[in-house]
Design a protein around this ligand. Structure first.
Ligand SMILES: Cc1ncc(COP(=O)(O)O)c(C=O)c1O
Length: 492
């Protein structure tokens, strides 16, 4: 005797205030009953009219949900008899849902050696920020982005030749974008290069993984600034590299310390234009010493120029790549700061000697980047909108920076904020009686986001402080944020 499924259906709960369509909620609830075995092959569903009445939804909604399950083959409609759970839904083939699965004897899924070694070594990092508030780091001024211009360009590209925009894209990156980047690097970063040296990636992060995977064997040492960039470090840890924490001072990475700790380094990761997070510009003598050390060790250098466009003096900070005469530097750039991070667009500029290997890897291994996104950015650059945007943002960030520095003068003695000459975050030193983590969590409770310096440490660091981003917050929010910091100092 086959069961009538009416009783079980009373467990279905529909939330009419939820964003999800009611028919989808009903479809998912029925599917769960089927997958958890509450409904079994041969069970008959009540008539759609009855179901609609019992659940309190329209009959069209019920029909819509049931039609989906019929088209998936888990229900069958028999003319004159009703709707039944399909016999094809053999119980033995249906996995238990995670909610019901209590089988603790099942072995955990196996990870690769590289991943299981890497996971404990990953530096802690929560989701990167997506909302503009005081004092999130890493986020540009989303409020000032010329979205109308962008939308117009975007619409224009979607109407172009379909083969061009919808087929598989160019594996090394869309050539007009590679050309536009080469021109931009030449004009504003002092780098002479040709477009064939530029490989477009899913953000700088992907460039780091690609470089790591291509140049470093598991266990080989990589010099890392300490404190330093968290995401980049994670990318290299993931491929099994051994990060070596190297000291940083006002002149940038200490080559002497690096040589003392790992003279046979395979790669050095640096942020010479704006040390992440301390903000120093690497001195010329350090740059030359680093290039010499790399030459002698036959190592490569990754230069991460993540926010070099935003400088507040008369001159942009110099790039390391512009004085690299031996092809030691791979320069990595991103559009996450100059445009916006959700684009997931970055690039690696590789020395001539590596071009062929990069081509081979990109051609055979990488999935590519959406062509339209690249085409929009290329046109944005070619038509001068990029340069205009950067100029406007430079002024805006300077204004936000100056507001922060002026307002934060009221914190002096407890929280000493250092001005920065570029980028859109600044570092504050803390007085000896303030606890870094207590300050960060007290601020967070009041809706103010700051990052402790310890978050960027790879090994021991003696500095204590907090990092404040000012790129994405309006001046009013900056002023309010500083007020909050002042109010919590006594309790930290
Ligand atoms: C040091 C550093 N480099 C690069 C990036 C950009 O990475 P992506 O291009 O993957 O967004 C960031 C982002 O915050 C960063 O902090």
């Amino acid at each position: 005797m086959k069961r009538h499924a009416g009783a079980m259906l009373s467990s279905i709960k529909i939330d009419k205030t939820a964003e999800k369509k009611i028919s989808i909620q009903l479809y998912m609830a029925l599917r769960d009953l089927l997958l958890t075995g509450a409904l079994t092959p041969g069970d008959r569903l009540p008539a759609t009219r009855t179901l609609a009445r019992e659940i309190g939804v329209s009959r069209t909604t019920v029909i819509d949900a049931i039609d989906r399950l019929i088209s998936e083959g888990v229900l069958v409609a028999r003319v004159g008899a009703g709707t039944f759970v399909s016999d094809a839904l053999n119980e033995r083939l249906v996995p238990k849902s995670p909610a019901n699965a209590k089988d603790e004897t099942a072995p955990p899924p196996r990870l690769s050696h590289a991943t299981s070694h890497a996971i404990p070594d990953f530096a802690p990092r929560s989701r990167l920020p997506h909302n503009s508030q005081a004092f999130v780091t890493a986020l540009p001024a989303l409020d000032a982005f010329p979205m109308a211009q962008w939308a117009k360009l975007s619409a224009r590209h979607w109407r172009k030749d379909r083969d061009h925009i919808a087929g598989y894209g160019e594996p090394y990156g869309y050539m007009p974008l590679r050309r536009a980047i080469a021109r931009q690097l030449n004009a504003s970063r002092g780098i002479r290069c040709h477009p064939e040296q530029i490989f477009i990636t899913n953000g700088a992060q992907r460039a780091f993984s690609l470089i790591g995977g291509m140049l470093v064997n598991p266990g080989e040492p990589i010099w890392f600034e300490n404190p330093g960039a968290i995401g980049a470090r994670n990318a290299f840890v993931a491929i099994g590299a051994r990060p070596v924490p190297v000291e940083v001072d006002e002149e940038g990475l200490s080559v002497e310390d690096g040589l003392a700790k790992a003279p046979h380094f395979r790669l050095a990761f640096v942020t010479p234009s704006h040390q992440q997070p301390l903000g120093h510009v690497m001195s010329l003598s350090r740059r030359l010493a680093l290039l010499k050390a790399a030459n002698e060790a036959n190592a490569m250098i990754v230069e991460d120029d993540y926010d070099g466009e935003f400088y507040y003096g008369n001159q942009p900070p110099p790039t390391l790549k512009s004085i690299d005469t031996q092809g030691r530097v791979i320069y990595v750039g991103t559009f996450s700061k100059s445009l916006f991070p959700a684009l997931r667009l970055g690039f690696a500029l590789v020395p001539d000697g590596l071009v062929e290997s990069f081509e081979r890897v990109c051609l055979t291994w990488l999935a590519g980047i959406p062509t339209v996104t690249q085409a929009i950015v290329a046109e944005f650059m070619d038509e001068g909108m990029f340069a205009t945007h950067i100029r406007t943002m430079r002024q805006l960030y300077k204004h936000r920076h100056d507001t922060l520095i002026e307002t934060a003068a009221s914190l002096a003695g407890d929280i000493d904020l250092q001005p920065t000459s570029s980028g859109f975050h600044a570092v504050a030193r803390l007085s000896a009686n303030l606890d870094e983590n207590r300050l960060v969590s007290a601020a967070e409770k009041q809706g103010i986001i700051t990052a402790p310096l310890s978050r960027y440490s790879l090994g021991k660091i003696t500095r204590r402080g907090i990092v404040l981003g000012f790129g994405s917050c309006a001046t009013d929010d900056i002023i309010k944020g500083v007020r909050v910091l002042k109010s919590i100092v006594p309790e930290c």
